[in-house]
Design a protein around this ligand. Structure first.
Ligand code: ADP
Ligand code: MG
Length: 402
């Protein structure tokens, strides 16, 4: 950035006092609220309030609260978007809308909040219809309609804009964030042949698939479920709908070597990318290194919170190498952090009942398995190794294991 650019950019701080001004305005609303409330209570106690009066007074309170909500949205959202990051990621009270706030989202939120406020006003007018001039009623309704129309137009326009920004954001994440963490070798398994497929136009799926760090491009369409003795093809098809992501549920794929665990995990990840979710793939060992590094740097919490941006994390090959005690603990933290918050797809070569062999500690193992499997589709793949299937006839299949 040039010095001039830096200086210009720094002027954003001029806005900061405005937000504190809004905080003061918020204080005024708090005062107004309690003032109204006190009047209402006073009227009710002194027996002066009929039902319409109470309703009007309550509507006025609702109105004040809604304006206060709007203020918070502008204060927090505006400050975060236009001045400086507040860094609420991972905070227990982080508002759901803040994670995807940008100027477009903010505009739509404001427009809908204004529609809400104007509905309350209109309702107030109609409740008190005998004392409201016809002229006010008419214009109140027209203005309300105008607010609704403008909110609808803004919401409609923000769709394509938001998609564009999400795409830009995903690209930014991969370019700038990943090099700081463990680099996950891309296209390890000869999947490069599929690399040049035409990207799905404009949806951003291709960028998400690129960014996920899959070892190879594997898709559900090339998965031969006829090769499996179990599970039923229906189970695979159901998983392929990727609706476990919305439910924040996990998928645990278990089975011997070559039964297609990694293939399925990647294919489900690809489906999730196509459904609009960010996905990150790494082996259990790579996750271990990544989390150990974060812990050593004293930013494990921040790293776990950062990973919340990915609705799906894939942990491949749990159990091939037993965990070091520290890594076992980190893996437990990962699973428990994401519990009911976001999905994990985990593959492993041992039944869950034998994960104490991987964790080296049965308490950590059972606590992890408990959370992992609570909302999970646990699928055991029963098949001969797909890698050695052609050697079967040569009598090699029986003893070639990895
Ligand atoms: P695992 O992770 O269980 O050891 P992989 O998923 O890596 O096994 O599978 C090994 C190879 O066999 C991969 O190239 C994969 O694409 C292929 N494969 C495994 N199962 C199937 C299947 N049912 N249909 C098509 N390809 C399969
Ligand atoms: Mg594998």
């Amino acid at each position: 950035m040039t010095t001039l650019g830096c200086a210009l950019f720094a002027t954003r701080w001029l806005q900061a006092p405005l937000y504190f001004g809004l905080v003061a305005a918020q204080g005024v609303y708090v005062y107004k609220f309690f003032n109204e409330l006190w009047h209402l209570i006073h009227h009710v106690i002194s027996g002066h309030a009929d039902e319409t009066h109470v309703m009007l007074a309550v509507l006025k309170l609702v109105d004040v609260v809604m304006i206060a909500n709007l203020l918070i949205m502008v204060i927090v959202g505006g400050y975060e978007t236009f001045v400086s990051r507040i860094g609420l990621q991972g905070h227990r009270d982080q508002p759901e809308w803040l994670s995807h706030v940008n100027s477009n989202v903010l505009k739509v939120k404001l427009a809908t909040a204004i529609v809400g406020i104007s509905s309350v006003h209109l309702l107030q007018m109609f409740v008190d219809v005998h004392h409201t001039p016809r002229h006010d009623l008419l214009w109140g309704t027209v203005i309300h309609m105008a607010f609704i129309a403008s909110a609808a137009i803004l919401a409609y326009m923000s769709g394509p804009m938001a998609a564009h920004e999400a795409k830009a954001h995903a690209l930014h994440e991969t370019r700038h964030a990943e090099p700081r963490t463990v680099t996950i070798p891309a296209q390890r398994d000869g999947g490069a042949a599929h690399h040049d497929e035409a990207p799905e136009a404009g949806s951003g799926a291709e960028e998400r698939i690129e960014a996920a760090g899959f070892p190879a491009r594997k898709v559900l369409e090339t998965f031969d479920d006829g090769h499996l003795r179990a599970p039923d093809p229906q189970v695979i098809a159901r998983l392929g709908k990727a609706d476990f992501v919305a439910r924040k549920a996990n998928v645990v794929l278990l089975g011997g070597p070559g039964t297609g665990k990694t293939h399925l995990a990647v294919a489900l990840g690809v489906r999730a990318c196509q459904a609009g979710h960010q996905v990150l793939f790494a082996t259990a060992a790579e996750w271990g290194t990544r989390l150990s590094d974060a812990k050593a740097a004293g930013r494990l919490r921040a790293e776990l919170a950062r990973l919340d941006a990915y609705p799906v994390l894939i942990v491949d090959e749990v159990g091939y190498v037993p965990f070091e005690p520290e890594v076992a603990n980190l893996f437990f933290q990962l699973v428990s952090h994401r519990y009911e918050r976001a999905s994990l797809i985990v593959t492993g070569n041992r039944p869950l009942g034998r994960w104490d062999e991987v964790f080296g500690d049965s308490a950590t193992a059972s606590a992890t398995v408990d959370r992992l499997a609570h909302h999970a589709e646990v699928v055991t793949l029963d098949a001969d190794s797909y890698r050695t299937r052609r050697l079967e006839g040569a009598g090699v299949g029986g003893w070639v294991t990895r």
